[in-house]
Every structure is written in C-alpha cells, then in structure tokens.
Design a protein around this ligand. Structure first.
Ligand SMILES: Nc1ncnc2c1ncn2[C@@H]1O[C@H](COP(=O)(O)OP(=O)(O)OP(=O)(O)O)[C@@H](O)[C@H]1O
Ligand SMILES: [Mg+2]
Length: 257
C-alpha cells in the first residue's frame, strides 16, 4: 500500500473528508496531507473536527431560536409520576423523539397545571438538539397569524413555512373558541401535516367536546381523526403543579412564622 492509499484508508482521513464535504470545501486539499508530517495531519484533523462541532452547536442554537419557545424547559428532572403512557410509546421512545422519525403525533391531555406545556417544550428542545426543525405556537396565536396572513395575501408563504417543519407544537388546544374561518385555517394545517410531520398538541378538553370549540362538528371530527390516527395519547393525571407548589410555599411561610 502506498502512502496515498494509507492516508485514504485512515480514519482521520475519512473524518476530515466528511467534514470538508459538509463545509462544501474541495476535498482535494486533503492531498496536502501526503506532504505533511504526522503532527500536521493530526492538527488539521483536530481543527476540522472542532469546526464541525461548533457548526453543530450553532445549528442547534439556531433551531431553538427559530422554534420560538415561550420559555426554556428541560426533560431533566421532569416528574413522570402523574403521566400515563399508552402501550404504543414508552418514556424512552418519547425522550428519544422516535415519534418524529415515524411522523406520528403526541396528544397531551389532562387538567390544568399538570405539566403538559412543560413536556411539550422540553421535547421540542430535545428535537432541536437532534437537528429537527420545530415551531411552537399556542392555537390562538397560530389562528391569529393564519388569519392575518390570509388578509395580507401571505397565507401560502406561512403554510409553506409550517409544512417544512419536522415538528409542530400546538399548545392550549381548545382553551379558546375558534371561529369558522379560524377552524378552516387550522384544519388546513392539520390535514397538510397528516403523515408528513409530527404534531404535539396539549389540551385539557376531551375529544367529545372539540366540536363545541370549532363550531363545526364535522370539521372537529375530521381533525380528531387525523390527529389520533397516527397518535399517542399521553394522559396527565393528578393535582396542578402550580397549585401544589403554591401551597407548599404557603406552608413554608407559616412554618417560618
Ligand atoms: N411533572 C412535572 N415535572 C416538573 N415540573 C412540572 C411538572 N408538571 C408541571 N410542572 C411545572 O409546573 C408549572 C405548570 O406546568 P405546565 O404549564 O406545563 O402545566 P399545563 O399542564 O400546561 O397547564 P395548563 O393546562 O394550565 O396550560 C410549570 O412551571 C412546570 O414547569
Ligand atoms: Mg399549558
């Protein structure tokens, strides 16, 4: 084996080749390694891997910024005791975001303050770390943006940008009634997303009551059908975290007194 072949078979060479491809740099520069000392090749290898690592970090930061999370929440320390998983998905699968590759949905259903939004954001951030494009909206915010975009003739641009996402998070589904136009716009987003991307939806409204907020029972039924068909229903049970912690704080104050 000559020196050129030896370099090309080398793991270092393969790693540098991979990084150069990602940076769209002509890989012929690697021929310089044929004239370089071992230390010089080692240095170039380290420099390229570091550049690649920094690029990945900035990509993930950019994805988190673009997702517009209302706050940062983490899966670390999240308390799963009040959460019931369906047989179709385990806690590990959820945390690994395998549902995004499978283009399936997650519906987080439960009473107020039980951690639905927290989990949705934390999963969204994990998805960004894995390189997925994500966008977080409350349903009210999305409906308003869609209606505004339609008025300004920019609806198609907004719909297209949503269609490119890997994960769309819709928080507070059913908290505020949606008018007829809003329901139609929302329906378009849901049906465009069906089997093409994942949705995480948080709600405290049982399916049988969805018709009431969308004014149109048939449309509500069609949305439920699409959301639930390839979906996992996570049931949040128990007492509101907000309430529990407020009560604990109150207890702390009286203990001190
Ligand atoms: N299981 C949990 N583990 C850790 N923190 C939690 C958990 N559940 C709730 N919290 C915290 O309690 C607060 C309320 O949670 P969150 O906003 O996620 O509730 P929610 O179910 O979305 O309520 P709502 O239906 O009112 O929107 C947040 O600060 C959240 O971080
Ligand atoms: Mg919430």
């Amino acid at each position: 084996m000559n020196q050129k072949q030896a370099i090309q078979n080398n793991t270092q060479y393969l790693e540098m080749d991979r990084v150069l491809r990602r940076f769209f740099i002509n890989r012929d520069v690697l021929h310089l390694c044929e004239e370089a000392t071992e230390e010089q090749v080692e240095f170039l290898h380290r420099a390229l891997l570091r550049a690649d690592e920094l690029r990945e970090i900035s990509k993930r930061t950019r994805l988190v910024t673009l997702a517009r999370f209302p706050m940062i929440k983490s899966l670390e320390g999240y308390d799963y005791t009040a959460l019931r998983f369906p047989p179709s998905i385990s806690k590990d699968e959820l945390q690994q975001c395998s549902f995004i590759q499978a283009k399936t949905n997650i519906v987080c259903y439960g009473p107020v303050g039980t951690g639905k939004t927290h989990l949705a954001i934390a999963l969204g951030i994990r998805a960004c770390e894995l390189g997925f494009s994500v966008r977080f909206y409350t349903v009210t915010e999305l409906v308003l943006m869609l209606a505004e975009a339609r008025k300004k003739g920019r609806l198609e641009t907004l719909v297209e940008s949503i269609s490119k996402l890997d994960l769309l998070i819709l928080d507070e589904w059913g908290y505020v009634p949606v008018d007829k136009e809003g329901s139609q716009l929302l329906f378009r987003i849901i049906s465009d997303s069906y089997e093409r991307k994942s949705l995480i939806l948080t709600t405290n409204l049982e399916f049988s009551k969805w018709g009431g907020i969308f004014t149109d029972q048939q449309m509500a039924a069609a949305m439920i059908d699409r959301l639930v068909h390839h979906g996992h229903l996570l049931l949040f049970e128990g007492q509101s975290y907000r309430m529990k912690h407020a009560l604990m704080r109150k207890g702390g104050v009286s203990d001190d007194n």
